[in-house]
Write a new protein. Structure first.
Ligand SMILES: [Fe+2]
Length: 193
């Protein structure tokens, strides 16, 4: 990890969104089985011998300390499981007071944002759009385009990631393709907290 006392720079753009970076994380369909709506469709793809990459994250993280900011770049591949577009798992921050900034670099997507009561909003992300994600909200990004969706995230290094709430309760809304276009629907499988 970088020392928080040392200045660094990283270049924006290219395939990894930031370069250089410190850590790369790869999420494949098998990592997201509990997240996509259509379990049958997921399992059929896996049975066919494929385990496609859904998204990659490139990061410059610090240890979790108040006052430090991490930078990450997420690359979501284009594609669908059943009718549902590829997305990130989505998470609440463990430290509820922390917020986050996203900056669109390439492609087009929809960010699903909701609080613990299930009050949900969605917002578009595309190049040169900055999105502020308020504290206490879960956030998931969905790639609704035909190319990779690339965006930068800046967030407190001590925010922490709570994936479990999203894994067990789901998101209030889903983004599906209908007649070749993305539509946002209420998720019938969402479990209110
Ligand atoms: Fe976050």
């Amino acid at each position: 990890l970088n020392s928080p006392l040392e200045l660094y720079t990283t270049e924006l753009g290219g395939k990894t969104g930031i370069s250089p970076y410190k850590i790369k994380v790869e999420r494949r369909l098998s990592d997201l089985l509990d997240y996509f709506s259509d379990r049958e469709a997921s399992e059929e793809i896996l049975r066919g011998g494929e385990d496609p990459i859904i998204y990659e994250v490139y990061e410059i993280p610090f240890e979790p300390l108040e006052g430090l900011l991490n930078v990450g770049c997420t690359v979501i591949y284009p594609g669908k499981v059943g009718d549902e577009y590829y997305f990130t798992k989505g998470h609440f921050h463990e430290k509820e007071s922390t917020s986050e900034i996203y900056i669109g670099m390439k492609g087009e997507g929809i960010i699903l944002i909701q609080d613990h009561e299930g009050k949900a909003v969605n917002i578009k992300i595309k190049p040169n759009v900055l999105v502020y994600i308020p504290p206490g909200t879960a956030h998931r990004t969905v790639n609704v385009g035909r190319e990779k969706l690339v965006f930068i995230a800046i967030y407190p290094s001590d925010a922490g990631h709570d994936y479990e709430t999203v894994r067990t309760k789901g998101f209030a809304r889903v983004v599906l393709e209908e007649d070749g276009k993305p539509i946002i629907k209420d998720n019938p499988r969402y479990k209110r907290e």
